[in-house]
Design a protein around this ligand. Structure first.
Ligand SMILES: Cc1cc2nc3c(=O)[nH]c(=O)nc-3n(C[C@H](O)[C@H](O)[C@H](O)COP(=O)(O)O)c2cc1C
Length: 391
């Protein structure tokens, strides 16, 4: 079997991805660039969708040694998912916001989510934009390819949703065309039912041949596509957010993704997205959990469930309403020691990294840096990172 510690064969170890790859447990921050973050509750907090707030979070995450930040992309009508908070009605575009972070950071990977099949996106657009961002960020920009699992998003673009398997076939084609453009020293001509290129050329080439490629998927078709081109594959718990259930389900999923990549002669890193609620005592952590639930935005939760029921995503299945209210694909609640213990268990299931959601991002990121990170280093889950001096 392929040694999954090896960085992708086409990326040098001193590239930003190669550096992150060496971490026993990669650390990411799921940026709250939409209102409400990941928690559907009216309990007061400072979490804010605005760029300055997200830029502060990103710079602090970089100082703390985090490997990546990730901007999600969702298209919602007026009112968002509804409720008292109009959950996610307001959001920054992930591509623009994450790209802008390149100018205020120096080491951390910056991942933009893009629905490549909406509207008139052409692979030449993203090949050119990606090469440009790769240069601006010095090899730190990454593309999370998503195909659009909600019918109402397609309708916003005046399009009919394409069938699930077909979407992933098109995503593969889109990525293959970009790889041709990034890799070719000659003009590229290409014709298919969907995309035509005639004497298309992209230069400068990305610093390390191509940007970082990312997928977030749970279906067999999505995983088959991810293992062909992604470096980082975000997996999900099919058993809901409870950590004990997730720990049982995740070994098989991690193995399937890594075997799939090995069959392609590739290696990938799998990451999962926990919401971490960490306090000095276990009682305080669970008290915070209950306070969030006591002020649940029930209208938003119903709207969220309704919207997802009309989609065809196989991710985020098995979540109870309370679990969705608090957020995260899985949840880790407890003291710093308990959090590290659960992260060791996650690592043992084959997860190579986590991308964290917090309830109240700024103070909780600070607390995580002060109380949890040193323990992660002691536990061998994190290697010390040269602390950056960003702009
Ligand atoms: C960590 C993570 C982040 C995701 N971010 C987005 C996103 O920003 N926008 C989006 O439309 N879908 C997002 N998804 C959903 C995926 O794009 C995908 O549509 C969904 O998981 C369905 O996967 P499947 O087609 O394999 O069932 C995300 C999924 C995960 C696990």
């Amino acid at each position: 079997m392929t040694d999954t510690r090896m960085i992708p064969a086409d990326m040098p170890p001193d590239s930003p991805l190669g550096q992150a790859w060496q971490q026993p447990l990669m650390l990411g921050l799921f940026l709250p660039i939409h209102n409400g973050g990941w928690t559907m509750s009216t309990l007061p907090r400072g979490t804010d969708w605005r760029f300055d707030y997200n830029a502060r979070l990103t710079r602090r995450a970089e100082e703390l040694g985090f490997d990546l930040v990730f901007g999600p992309a969702h298209w919602l009508s007026k009112g968002g998912f509804g409720g008292e908070t109009n959950y996610r009605e307001t959001s920054l575009d992930a591509f623009i916001a994450t790209s802008a972070l390149a100018a205020v950071t120096s080491r951390i990977l910056l991942i933009s989510t893009i629905h490549i099949l909406y509207g008139p996106w052409h692979p030449l657009h993203l090949a050119k934009f990606g090469a440009t961002l790769d240069h601006i960020s010095k090899g730190r920009w990454g593309l999370n390819v998503v195909t659009g699992f909600r019918k109402d998003e397609w309708a916003m673009f005046g399009q009919q949703q394409i069938a699930h398997g077909q979407r992933y076939a098109l995503a593969d084609e889109f990525v293959d065309i970009m790889l041709k453009l990034w890799g070719s020293d000659e003009n590229v001509s290409y014709q298919s039912e969907r995309w035509t290129l005639e004497k298309a050329f992209v230069t400068p080439k990305p610093v390390h041949g191509r940007p970082v490629m990312v997928s977030a998927t749970s279906s067999p078709a999505g995983i088959a596509s991810a293992v062909k081109h992604a470096d980082l594959v975000f997996i999900t718990s099919p058993a809901g957010a409870r950590i004990d259930r997730a720990l049982e389900a995740l070994p098989a999923i991690n193995q399937a993704v890594k075997d799939g990549a090995a069959a392609q002669g590739r290696s990938v890193r799998t990451l999962i997205n926990p919401l971490i609620l960490c306090r000095d005592t276990e009682a305080e952590a669970w008290q915070a959990y209950r306070e969030i639930l006591d002020q649940a935005d029930h209208g938003a939760v119903e709207g969220f469930f309704h919207s997802h029921a009309t989609g065809d995503s196989q991710s985020w299945r098995g979540h109870e309403r309370d679990e969705r209210t608090v957020g995260g694909n899985i949840q880790i609640v407890g003291t710093p020691e308990q959090v590290v213990d659960q992260l060791l268990k996650l690592k043992a299931t084959g997860c190579d990294g986590i991308q964290i959601c917090f309830f109240d991002y700024e103070p909780e990121l600070e607390y995580f840096g002060r109380r949890v990170l040193p323990l992660l280093e002691q536990a061998g889950l994190r290697l010390p990172v040269a602390r950056s001096t960003n702009a």
